[in-house]
Design a protein around this ligand. Structure first.
Ligand SMILES: O=C(O)c1ccccc1NCC(=O)[C@H](O)[C@H](O)COP(=O)(O)O
Length: 219
């Protein structure tokens, strides 16, 4: 099970997470949100990371100019799109941003929302299912209804996100079979953007062997 951790703001914490074996690191490039990193900070974090670290920028309805600036500053390999980006605009990014993987994030309130995924099948490389929230585009700590997603097998790779933490990851992986998991607030110490390396270590352990781990990761 691949693990993506999102919302790093500190170069030292990002480097430590990469060294622990986190597969992909995410950086929130959305001004006005609590984990926002601007281009200068993104550059600083990227410079602190070991070679070959997979870096993902997180955006909401960003312009091509904004995407390009962040890709350049952070040496990003992928963009994760949390706004109302249409399948057509995602498909166009293959030409405007060649070589950059596209992940479309969809906020899911119920099984009916899953019908939104099919139009993205040929437009992005992966979808990320996040929890629905009336005002926040991500990082909410809210979980999806995992039972309602049981048997979910989209035509493209998918990441499970939304409210995952050491105490519930094994349970989520008992019910669902995503290609990767994505976490943010569940591996923080209560302050947005401040990651807790011991929680990240627990997550990596659970993700590598979810059914062998006793659920002793109480909150
Ligand atoms: O994390 C944010 O602050 C954020 C803000 C705006 C758009 C997206 C954002 N996060 C995207 C992520 O990939 C998070 O990891 C995902 O929403 C899950 O967050 P959490 O429920 O806290 O694990």
């Amino acid at each position: 099970m691949r693990v993506k951790i999102c919302g790093f703001t500190d170069p030292g914490q990002a480097r430590a997470a990469a060294r622990l074996g986190v597969h992909a690191l995410g950086f929130v490039c959305v001004p006005g949100t609590p984990r926002y990193v601007d281009a200068a900070r993104l550059r600083e974090i990227a410079a602190a990371l070991p070679p070959f670290t997979f870096k993902v920028g997180v955006f909401v309805n960003a312009s091509i100019k904004t995407l390009r600036a962040a890709i350049e500053a952070g040496g990003l390999q992928a963009v994760q799109l949390h706004g109302e980006e249409s399948p057509e605009s995602c498909a166009r990014l293959a030409r405007t941003l060649p070589g950059i993987l596209r992940i479309k994030a969809l906020r899911v309130r119920g099984a009916a929302d899953l019908t939104k995924i099919a139009p993205y099948t040929d437009a992005v490389e992966a979808v990320l299912l996040d929890a629905w929230h009336p005002t926040q585009a991500g990082g909410t700590g809210q979980t999806l209804d995992w039972q309602a997603l049981q048997g979910f097998r989209p035509a493209l790779p998918w990441l499970l996100s939304g409210g995952l933490r050491p105490a519930n990851l094994a349970k989520a992986l008992e019910i669902l079979a995503p290609d990767a998991v994505d976490l943010s607030s569940g591996v923080e110490n209560g302050v947005p953007g401040q990651k807790d390396l011991s929680k990240i270590t627990q997550i990596l352990r659970i993700a590598s062997s979810p059914f062998a781990i006793e659920r002793d990761c109480g909150e």
